[in-house]
Design a protein around this ligand. Structure first.
Ligand code: OSB
Ligand code: MG
Length: 374
């Protein structure tokens, strides 16, 4: 498939409610959407770089620069046979996984369409089990003004049918919150995500939560750290999960070799795309380490591809891939809704991503857009 054209959109969507993490609040979500054209087909990708360099050093502006000046020119006019080729084509750019992942997603989408497969079926080709039809999902709740408001929100999400709750924590917003949530909802799977807000010296805080039967503690320490997490792990009973620290299958291998985690949150964007995400899944599966799909408040474009990833056999824990109507009043693509009876979302079955992108709406919410041809 000769890559004929790429359209890049920088969009802005308002969130229904601000999403607050240990690195600050977010009310407006900017991201990039790209369309890859070949042989009359269009593959879509979402770049989840954010307005600010909080979760990652990448922002919408750096991703636009890296995509438009380096990555897109490097693939225009080339013959794409399989999405795995992108790793070699894009290796000349160090880092910038969020920018790379948008192209990677579009390459998986367009080649799946060519093959007459769904994105999930194409990803699942190496596995005898095939792709799951529905995937377990949970909800990630940002930092709220009060514990009472957090408990009310948890209650609302449980009523909507979500079966797993993740709470964002930061220093001063941790033990009391976790205790209150556990006391109010004794049987609900609850986990915490610190987004790297703590240090090894904070171990007493985590030990104080040992008796709360939490599902896991996600990324308490440094966003590049593996070593300190390996020191923390034997000191606490709550299973330890890494997010920010894992940038590649090599990082996952180092983390498992060092005993730095019990679980890995696989965000395809954070590791440069779906090929690398599947490698991490395979490595963890070989070693019996559970994985789940993490989220970045994706639109329907990105969420469809996350659902496909979560359908692989090693994804045994619920993902942060909740219904997209939770974030946006009006999305730019097909909305995904929760199956209340089992806290799942149905994996799209159409060709490729199996979604409709609303190009008029996409254009209407664009701050800038550009078409690239050779
Ligand atoms: O750390 O998992 C995270 C959102 C933005 C940046 C980082 C994270 C998150 C989430 C939300 O937890 C997950 C989602 O609902 O998409
Ligand atoms: Mg996280």
């Amino acid at each position: 498939m000769k890559i004929e054209r790429v359209d890049l959109y920088h969009i802005s969507l308002m969130l229904k409610r601000p999403f607050v993490t240990s690195f600050g609040p977010q009310q407006e979500r900017q991201c990039l959407i790209l369309a890859l054209h070949s042989e009359g087909l269009v593959g879509w990708g979402e770049c989840v770089a954010t307005n600010d360099p909080g979760y990652s050093y990448e922002t919408v502006q750096t991703a636009w620069h890296i995509l438009s000046d380096f990555l897109i020119p490097a693939i225009l006019g080339r013959d794409l046979q399989e999405p795995e080729q992108l790793g070699d084509w894009l290796r000349f750019v160090r880092g910038h996984p969020l920018a790379k992942a948008a192209l990677d997603q579009a390459a998986w989408d367009i080649t799946a369409q060519r093959d007459g497969l769904s994105f999930a079926q194409k990803l699942a080709q190496p596995y005898a089990e095939g792709a799951r039809a529905r995937v377990k999902v949970g909800v990630s709740i940002g930092i709220q003004p009060t514990i009472a408001e957090t408990l009310t929100l948890i209650e609302q999400y449980l009523e909507q049918g979500y079966g797993r709750i993740k709470l964002k924590i930061k220093p001063g917003w941790d033990i009391e919150l976790a205790q209150a949530a556990r006391q109010t909802f004794p049987h609900v799977p609850i986990m915490l995500d610190a987004n790297s807000a703590y240090q090894l010296a904070d171990v007493p805080i985590f030990q104080a939560m040992d008796n709360l039967n939490l599902l896991m503690l996600e990324q308490p320490l440094g966003y590049e750290d593996i070593y300190d997490h390996s020191q923390l792990r034997p000191l606490i009973r709550t299973p330890l999960c890494l997010d920010e620290s894992i940038h590649s299958a090599d990082h996952a291998r180092y983390a498992l070799a060092l005993g730095a985690c019990d679980i890995i949150n696989i965000k395809p964007s954070r590791v440069g795309g779906w090929t690398e995400a599947r490698r991490i899944h395979d490595l963890c599966r070989e070693q019996g380490v559970p994985v789940w799909v993490g989220g970045m408040l994706e639109t329907g474009v990105g969420r469809a591809a996350q659902l496909a990833l979560a359908s692989l056999p090693g994804f045994t824990l619920p993902g942060d891939i909740s219904a997209t109507d939770r974030y946006y009043a009006e999305d730019i693509a097909t909305r995904f809704t929760l199956n209340q009876e089992d806290s799942t979302i149905t994996v799209p079955t159409g060709r490729g991503l199996g979604i409709e992108v609303d190009v008029d709406r996409l254009t209407a919410v664009s701050l800038r857009r550009q078409t690239f041809t050779k």
